[in-house]
Design a protein around this ligand. Structure first.
Ligand SMILES: [Ca+2]
Length: 400
């Protein structure tokens, strides 16, 4: 009996189909590179973040996480500082940041493009003072003979016809606006200022618009500015805007201050109603100011402001202008005349036949007794005098 032949031997002797190379498959030749492996999958974002968030202690990643944590808390502190602390610490700056963007002026302007009441300002960066367009019109300048508190220099009352539309700043030039002018032009404001010294103004060599003898913010009207300073500011505004900025004439000033009213003040006749409309010598001033005299009759109301108030703190007049009575006396273009005999009737400044070099101030200031803040009230000073009660607002000519 013969044993069956082992299968393995048989298989080895006769190569099977499975061992034979496929006729169509290419054969690697000697020295060729091995076939490429598929690329490893790209690491996912988690693979980057995880080692940072959960690093092994002591490693470089742990250090990175520490800095990450510090950065997070620092950023949070910055946000807190900007949002919560800044409004208390630098309220003026925050107000500036959050103010709406200025209205763009039309490319080609004509007075007719601006209906009366239009608010505009000329700088695209929003730093120019707001103006209000006032209508052309007629009014009776000066006070009637029977007006309480009247002075002789307010007559004769006469009609003035202003045949053109123009724009005027809706508020007095602020300390912040004046600071920008001084910073850019290096305008010299040295030489001292007359500041309140108990019962009158006294020249103090070291005083100026930055130090008028009481505390102010950038929103308060600038004071301790002369007529010459106001002219320099107007030139600067004209240069930077390409428009014609100037002091208003005395007639223009009274026209816009009255805004159609014929009463002692733009809101009526009563001194004791002043506190809602104007910052003048009131009970707050009388009680809080050193040197208030017994025979000075304060308005019998209290506005909480001993010195200047932020502009636009009180109600505006019929043209939308603020602080035309009180807060700061306002320079006008005209030189001083003792009365209106021979005064121009067309709204132009009166700069001939001057009594002397002094220029007219209008409106009364924060320390003024009520009669001085009447719409017809007048005062004057030398063009180089700086006083802690005097500021200004400008007019802007509109192309006819
Ligand atoms: Ca007051």
């Amino acid at each position: 009996m013969t044993a069956p032949a082992p299968v393995r031997k048989k298989m080895a002797a006769s190569p099977g189909v499975a061992d034979a190379p496929a006729a169509s498959a290419p054969q690697p030749s000697a020295g060729a590179p091995p076939p490429l492996l598929p690329p490893p999958p790209a690491p996912r974002w988690r693979d980057h973040v995880r080692p940072v968030l959960y690093p092994l202690p002591g490693g470089e990643l742990a250090l990175r996480r520490t800095w990450l944590r510090r950065g997070f808390w620092f950023g949070l502190a910055l946000l807190f500082g900007a949002g919560v602390v800044a409004p208390f610490v630098v309220p003026d700056a925050v107000r500036r940041w959050t103010q709406p963007a200025p209205a763009a002026a039309p490319a080609v302007e004509r007075a007719g493009d601006y209906p009366p009441g239009t608010r505009l300002r000329d700088c695209s960066d929003g730093t120019c003072p707001w103006l209000v367009v006032v209508p052309s019109g007629r009014f009776a300048m000066g006070s009637p003979a029977g007006e309480a508190g009247r002075s002789e220099d307010e007559g004769p009352q006469h009609e003035v016809a202003i045949a053109y539309r123009f724009a005027v700043m809706e508020a007095e030039v602020t300390r912040g606006e004046f600071a920008a002018f001084v910073q850019q032009t290096k305008h010299d404001t040295s030489g001292g200022c007359y500041i309140w010294a108990g019962d009158k103004y006294v020249q103090v060599p070291g005083a100026d618009w930055r130090n008028p003898g009481f505390k102010q913010t950038d929103q308060h009207p600038v004071v301790c500015v002369s007529w010459n300073d106001a002219q320099a500011y107007a030139r600067w505004m004209s240069t930077r805007t390409g428009q014609q900025y100037r002091l208003p004439s005395e007639a223009e000033w009274e026209y816009v201050a009255r805004a159609g009213s014929t009463t002692r003040f733009f809101f009526g006749d009563r001194d004791d109603d002043l506190c809602a409309h104007a910052n003048v010598g009131d009970r707050t001033t009388r009680d809080g100011l050193k040197g208030w005299q017994k025979d000075w009759i304060a308005a019998d109301c209290a506005d909480g402001q001993v010195y200047t108030a932020p502009v636009k703190s009180y109600k505006p007049n019929g043209f939308g202008l603020y602080d035309v009575a009180g807060n700061a006396w306002e320079w006008t273009q005209d030189c001083w005349h003792d009365n209106y005999a021979g005064a121009p009737r067309d709204g132009k400044a009166w700069e001939t036949e001057c009594k002397d070099v002094r220029r007219v101030l209008r409106g009364g200031g924060w320390v003024s007794i009520p009669v001085l803040a009447r719409s017809a009230g007048r005062s004057r000073n030398s063009p180089d005098y700086r006083v802690g009660g005097s500021g200004f607002r400008l007019a802007r000519t509109l192309t006819p």
